[in-house]
Design a protein. Structure first.
Length: 573
């Protein structure tokens, strides 16, 4: 142990502890801006400086370790002056239009400036502007970038994609897309992890909320919304609702209050996906199509984009099932539109997702009778949903639990756990067991594939389905995924079925979720979904009565001709 004094408090910490962590152990918070535990500990911003007795220069606390007998001051006059000047300098290179910034109220730079009582910026520098395609789902505003390097580090270390890089030198040093390419020219998976790890408003999703308001105001449009599984585990965080208060029923109520005509839960089509994908898997598995093994799940568009750009020869191994989001749009503009007597072109489909990549996925087109346009017209992230609730002046405390609309009202716990890593696999195994043996397993029989939070890397399991053994693997985070694919490619591991989610911990940790600077919430949100599953009246996708009716009245059976036309896709197209 190392003994030292921080702000006149005696502290004893293990060797190798950073000054910042030692201070934290003594309940002394040191302000920071660029720091991200284990990912970005490079002292780029110098906000975390402290004074060491006997040393002239201030030192950064995030990357210097404690030494025996150190006497540290985290808030001396010298420290305060330096910290203030540092933040003023950062502000002088930053477009400080807080009133029109999506991160206003949730910005580390803004709160630092407020805490340091900075009400004037003595210096002013010219802001560098890089052009950006504003139609792209991911938007970067170079004038708000504070060069903290977090986006570079998250993309490199967690997602192993290297989309961002440092460009120029000296005082012009800044961040841009690697090689100064356009973002659409590089292999961005659109996972959005750079957004959720940006401390300011330099990175955000394309805002599509106005398109939804326009559709609501258009008398000719019937607006139909779906809410993804992972959204329920996080939306309340941004509106001051506790986990218990922030139910999915209240999201439905908010959507209706905004003027949306029909509201549904994506967990319904997650159940439908299991029917299609589960049957597809069993067909591939029993036919012994060895060259197509393992079969990969296809519901995460971040992962699908990654596979297409990094390992295009493996694309045929993706399940052909569309994602629940796209199945929903497709069912809405066919079965549901017919049922309520609306032409598909007059239906406007909105999905609320924890995800930025879903905005890219929604470009899929629907050919049904006459061409029916996009299956999903607009995708909003969880953050955009909360912005809409606020702009509609809806008091979150006034919301009540509201059921989904008829015909696609029912959902199961199996559909809900799609939102966390391992959930698609577990839901598929529950139904595959039924299909193979004719009996339901214990709903928790396959919980071995659970891994809320997504660490450490891959979860493997050998699952008995009747006489057959299925070798399953579950992974989240694209860095972990690349390692797994390399091991498969080198013949080091052999699987039959692999679930991949691009975001660490799955969609609960998605790039469209509320941002808590430096805090990872995928684990607790994932546990919340398992709690909802545990308490759900139905826990098997094949028992969803509305899914069964949809097959009876419309699709006939899983993998039917109609299902292939509307619920499956050709990933090479
Ligand atoms: Fe997901 Fe999904 S689980 S990808 O994360 O499969 O975004 O929540 O909606 O589509 O259901 C996201 C979440 C979904 C889809 C579902 C799948
Ligand atoms: Fe989107 Fe979920 Fe995939 Fe992340 S894991 S890219 S949130 S679908």
């Amino acid at each position: 142990m190392v003994n030292l004094t921080i702000d006149n408090i005696n502290v004893s910490v293990p060797e190798g502890t950073t000054i910042m962590d030692a201070a934290k152990m003594a309940d002394i918070p040191i302000p920071k801006l660029c720091y991200l535990k284990d990912i970005n500990e490079i002292a780029a911003c110098r906000v975390c400086v402290v004074e060491l007795e006997g040393m002239e220069r201030l030192v950064t606390s995030c990357n210097n370790v404690v030494k025996e007998g150190m006497v540290i001051h985290t808030n001396s006059p010298k420290v305060r002056t330096a910290r203030r000047q540092t933040v003023q300098l950062i502000l002088s290179q930053h477009d400080c239009k807080c009133a029109t910034c999506v991160r206003s109220g949730n910005c580390t730079l803004q709160s630092l400036a407020n805490d340091l009582n900075i009400i004037e910026i003595p210096f002013k520098q010219r802001l560098e502007e890089f052009p950006w395609d504003k139609e792209f789902p991911l938007i970067r505003d170079s004038q708000k970038c504070i060069k903290c390097m977090r986006c570079i580090q998250v993309c490199d270390k967690i997602q192993d994609l290297h989309i961002w890089d440092v460009t120029s030198t000296g005082s012009r040093t800044t961040i841009n897309v690697t090689g100064n390419h356009k973002i659409s020219e590089v292999s961005c998976s659109l996972c959005g992890q750079c957004i959720t790890h940006c401390p300011v408003g330099a990175l955000r999703e394309r805002d599509d909320t106005e398109k939804v308001w326009d559709a609501i105001a258009d008398d000719k449009k019937v607006v139909v919304a779906q809410v993804a599984p992972a959204v329920r585990a996080a939306w309340g965080e941004a509106l001051g609702l506790s986990r218990e208060e922030a139910t999915v029923g209240k999201i439905m109520d908010a959507l209706k209050k905004m003027g949306i005509d029909y509201v549904f839960d994506t967990s319904f089509t997650a159940d439908l996906t299991i029917m299609e994908e589960g049957n597809e898997f069993l067909q591939r598995f029993t036919k012994g199509e060895l060259n197509l093994r393992p079969m990969f799940t296809s519901c995460c568009p971040g992962w699908v984009r990654f596979l297409k750009s990094q390992y295009p020869h493996l694309v045929p191994q993706l399940s052909t099932a569309k994602s629940p989001q796209q199945m929903f749009g497709s069912v809405m503009k066919s079965y549901f539109a017919e049922s309520i007597g609306v032409k598909p072109e007059n239906m406007f489909t909105v999905s609320i997702m924890p995800c930025v990549a879903k905005k890219g996925e929604s470009n899929m087109e629907l050919f049904y009778g006459e061409y029916a346009g996009h299956e999903t017209d607009v995708v909003l992230t969880t953050r955009e949903l909360t912005r809409m609730i606020r702009s509609a002046h809806i008091d979150p405390a006034s919301l009540v639990d509201r059921e989904c609309d008829p015909l696609m009202k029912e959902w199961t716990g199996a559909g809900v756990i799609f939102g966390t890593t391992g959930g698609v696999m577990e839901a598929a195994l529950r139904s595959a067991h039924y299909l193979v043996t004719g009996r339901n397993p214990d709903p928790d029989a396959f919980k071995i594939v659970r891994n809320p939070g997504g660490q450490p890397g891959v979860v493997e399991a050998e699952i008995q389905l009747g006489d057959a053994t299925v070798r399953a693997a579950v992974v989240s985070g694209l860095g972990n995924t690349r390692k797994l694919i390399e091991a498969i490619e080198h013949g080091e591991v052999h699987y039959d079925f692999v679930e991949v989610m691009a975001c660490p911990g799955g969609c609960v940790g998605g790039g469209g979720q509320p941002i808590h600077d430096g805090e990872e919430l995928a684990r607790t949100r994932g546990e919340n979904l398992y709690f909802l599953d545990k308490n759900a009246p139905l826990r098997f996708s094949h028992e969803n009565p509305d899914v069964l009716r949809l097959y009876r009245d419309f699709f006939e059976k899983p993998l039917s001709h109609k299902s292939h036309m509307l619920l499956h896709t050709d990933h090479n197209a």
